[in-house]
Design a protein around this ligand. Structure first.
Ligand SMILES: [Zn+2]
Length: 289
């Protein structure tokens, strides 16, 4: 039996200061030690598509990957008959993140869509925006300091963008990426989209709470992300690289070396397939062999 979905309540959305330590204590109060959330970085080819299902049964999808491969992936992880996704996050509008969301929006009901406000024009992104409007999907604009409760015991803290930080027209669209930290009890996952080193440096300088057991490695393992200081500060035990066949040479050895030096266990979707975890309030369990 799947747990009955807990509706996002009035506590779903709150803006506050980031108090990660308090969150751990607070979340531990509300979560039972045998509750877990499912977290899967799909093997989606060269792109990102990440799925999580909270202990209370709320579904969250972060990016849709290239093409429409995300549809069969979702079909496998969502409970039979579940056609509703409570929150979808588009980290930034590049095709390897947004394409799959177009087909997804034709088949699933999305309660809320988070996307950064950024100027970008492609046929795919325009089709995506039109579908959001047609389906009357509620838009959430991410900003630093926002805390979104995915259920009573799971929180998502937005670390980037900050309003006005070259968001609307960055030199590199990758640097409009939503960066967010998922917290369930003391377990944490850092999600970075394709954010580059300039954003990593901002997070470091601002002293934001970026440490996490699991890091979704930025920009498919590009050398333009995952600086040594950043890798060190995150201190992830597991570093998941979402990567497929590509002409960029991803993942680059510089980024992989930075992770190896801090003893992260590197998991690549092109080698391992879907990378899945069960995340408990006090530990994370890697499900792949
Ligand atoms: Zn990408």
């Amino acid at each position: 039996m799947f747990p009955k979905k807990q509706k996002f309540s009035s506590v779903w959305y709150a803006v506050g200061i980031l108090l990660a330590a308090n969150l751990a204590v607070w979340s531990a109060v509300f979560s039972r030690q045998d509750d877990f959330l499912e977290f899967t970085v799909f093997d989606i080819g060269q792109g990102d598509a990440i799925y999580l299902r909270t202990a209370a049964g709320n579904d969250v999808l972060i990016d849709g990957g290239p093409g429409d491969a995300v549809l069969s992936k979702l079909g496998r992880v969502l409970p039979y008959g579940d056609r509703k996704i409570e929150l979808v996050i588009l980290t930034h509008p590049h095709a390897d993140h947004v394409s799959g969301l177009v087909e997804m929006l034709k088949r699933y009901r999305v309660e809320r869509m988070m996307l950064p406000e950024v100027e970008y024009e492609t046929a795919t992104y325009t089709a995506f925006l039109n579908l959001l409007a047609e389906n009357h999907v509620q838009i959430v604009q991410p900003k630093l300091g926002q805390r979104i409760f995915l259920d009573n015991s799971t929180a998502l803290d937005i670390l980037y963008p900050i309003i006005g930080h070259f968001v609307h027209a960055p030199d590199d669209i990758n640097d409009s990426s939503v960066v967010a930290k998922l917290s369930f009890g003391q377990s944490q996952v850092l999600l970075t989209g394709d954010a580059g080193k300039v954003i990593e440096d901002f997070l470091l300088k601002a002293g934001l709470p970026i440490s996490a057991e699991i890091l979704k490695v930025g920009h498919h393992g590009s050398r333009h992300s995952t600086g040594q200081d950043f890798a060190q500060k995150v201190g992830a035990r597991y570093a998941v690289v979402s990567v497929g066949k590509n002409s960029y040479g991803h993942p680059h050895s510089e980024a992989m070396d930075a992770l190896s030096r801090v003893h992260a266990d590197i998991l690549r979707t092109d080698e391992q397939g879907d990378v899945s975890f069960k995340i408990y309030p006090d530990r994370v369990e890697l499900l792949n062999k």
